[in-house]
Write a protein that binds this ligand. Structure first.
Ligand code: ATP
Ligand code: MG
Length: 183
């Protein structure tokens, strides 16, 4: 499963529709302070199911919507789409017949957000599991933020085990077992 494109519109500082092609290999994002590098990484985390406004550097999840500048009015809609090459067929059942997956999350001011996979409305949980099963996702060690390295070193053994399980791509199994036990 490879990310091939990231599309943003009305998300944080990316007010206009922006389409980024993610080529195979390593991608670097460079630019002056405040140009939106971290916002791009946050867009990735958000579309994979981030639920914490604080981890998105906001007070409220609506803060991810373009909030306006001196010469441009605020928006009421924000959207991020992540395109995934699924020719290796590692997506969960129900989505795995597609060569390409498009995961979309859209937020409307005051109205929360919804998720779609290839246009079909799905639960946040479906999107979170899709990435958890592929050793990725909003909370995964694939995204290393500032201070995270120190946090891992100082983590309790049980928390460190969770990180290793996430890296191995088996956290999805745990959440499914937990869900099954609750039923
Ligand atoms: P640095 O090099 O300092 O880490 P950066 O390239 O990572 O900078 P970001 O933190 O991604 O920059 O972008 C910060 C900019 O995004 C700020 O100018 C901030 O005002 C703008 N921004 C963040 N959220 C919004 C929003 N909801 N609406 C409009 N602009 C926003
Ligand atoms: Mg930054």
């Amino acid at each position: 499963m490879h990310f091939t494109r990231l599309r943003l519109s009305g998300f944080k500082s990316f007010v206009d529709a922006t389409d980024l092609v993610i080529e195979p290999g390593m991608t670097g994002i460079v630019g002056p302070n405040g140009c939106g590098k971290s916002n791009l990484v946050e867009a990735l985390r958000w579309v994979m199911g981030e639920t914490s406004a604080k981890r998105m550097r906001g007070d409220d999840m609506d803060d991810v919507i373009f909030g306006g500048t001196a010469n441009r009015p605020a928006r009421n809609l924000g959207e991020v789409a992540l395109l995934i090459d699924n020719r290796t067929r590692t997506a969960p059942a129900g989505f795995n017949e597609h060569d390409e997956l498009e995961v979309t999350r859209r937020i409307e001011r005051g109205n929360g957000s919804d998720y779609r996979i290839n246009g079909k409305l799905v639960r946040a949980r479906d999107v979170q599991l899709l990435f958890a099963d592929n050793a990725s996702g909003a909370g995964s060690p694939a995204l290393v933020s500032q201070g995270k390295v120190g946090q891992i070193i100082n983590a309790k053994p049980q928390d460190r085990r969770m990180l290793l399980e996430e890296a191995a791509g088996i956290t999805g199994l745990h959440s499914r077992r937990h869900e099954a036990e609750l039923r």
